[in-house]
Design a protein around this ligand. Structure first.
Ligand SMILES: N[C@H](CCC(=O)O)C(=O)O
Length: 294
């Protein structure tokens, strides 16, 4: 359990970050693709001094239609690659991986690893009790959000909808097409029928669709982006561990398993700058050298 060590007064913290100081350890942030950028922008906002290593597993997305075994294996491979790059913490910027792999992975690595589900569940309960969750099919089928929410409040009602078309539409830059609006209407209809008061973006890609979703939902529905809350939890965790950075950050290092140019082009629209992106083979050395990023 991630917070065991820091919560138990008197005993030394499990994650000391020892030896990382000299090499300015980064925070590892990863997703299947673009979605983790919604978490990354929260990291920039809430942790302006931290240096980041971002990884998008673009060669293998979407994760949301994969089996739990595959997802666990992918996350394991990512962290095996990330750890020796010099990270002091990992943020799983992917709900699918958080739902299906977090517990297994936390027990395998000597590193604080944070996921989205519990911070998202707590935030949703701060807003309402009739909670809709839009998510990948794998996250919806895992029931992770319902379990996390009802562990805190068994009376809360939770409806989860798997949205298989969203990630491919976002990754192929079709957000503003009428077809995307139609698909969104279809996915949201059963939640609106239940008169939800709160909607959780249960996939880090989905905030890209906020302009579409906000036009469909009644204004009274509260929107919860778990990215905000996982980063707030990461801030607290770094403070507890005494690992907060005070110097100005190194340029973000962006890495992908697929085409770096394609990722850079798409990421630009969200980030507001064109990132330099490295292609990485998780099982081999990095194939191109890093160039400065803002
Ligand atoms: N953005 C990820 C994964 C989406 C996918 O690759 O299907 C999530 O939050 O679940």
């Amino acid at each position: 359990m991630l917070h065991q060590s820091t919560a138990s007064a008197g005993s030394p913290p499990r994650f000391t970050g020892k030896g990382k100081e000299s090499q300015r350890a980064r925070i590892g942030v990863f997703d299947s693709g673009l979605g983790g950028l919604t978490v990354l922008t929260e990291v920039y906002r809430q942790m302006p001094n931290e240096s980041i290593l971002y990884f998008g597993d673009t060669a293998r997305l979407p994760y949301g239609s994969r089996s739990p075994e595959e997802i666990i294996q992918f996350v394991r491979e990512i962290l095996h690659w990330m750890e020796p790059q010099g990270i002091k913490m990992a943020i799983v910027a992917c709900n699918t991986s958080s739902a299906l792999a977090l517990e297994t992975i936390q027990s395998e690595f000597d590193l604080p690893i944070l996921g989205l589900i519990h911070p998202g569940a707590r935030a949703a309960l701060n807003k309402g009790r009739r909670i809709g969750v839009i998510a990948t099919p794998a996250t919806a089928a895992s029931n992770a959000y319902r379990r996390a929410i009802q562990e805190i409040d068994p009376e809360a009602r939770v409806w989860q909808v798997g949205c298989p078309e969203f990630v491919p539409l976002i990754e192929s830059n079709r957000i503003h097409e009428p077809y995307t609006r139609e698909v969104a209407r279809e996915y949201l209809a059963p939640l609106m029928q239940q008169q939800i008061d709160t909607l959780v973006y249960g996939c880090t890609h989905y905030p890209f669709l906020a302009p579409v979703i906000q036009k469909i939902l009644p204004r009274s529905v509260e929107l919860v982006d778990p990215a905000v809350y996982v980063v707030a939890a990461a801030v607290r965790e770094l403070e507890l561990l005494g690992l907060t950075e005070t110097r100005s950050p190194l340029p973000t290092r962006f890495c992908v398993s697929g085409c770096p140019e394609e990722f850079a082009q798409r990421a630009k629209q969200w980030l507001g700058f064109t990132p330099q992106v490295e292609k990485v083979n998780l099982n081999q050395a990095v194939q191109s050298s890093p160039v400065a990023n803002p």
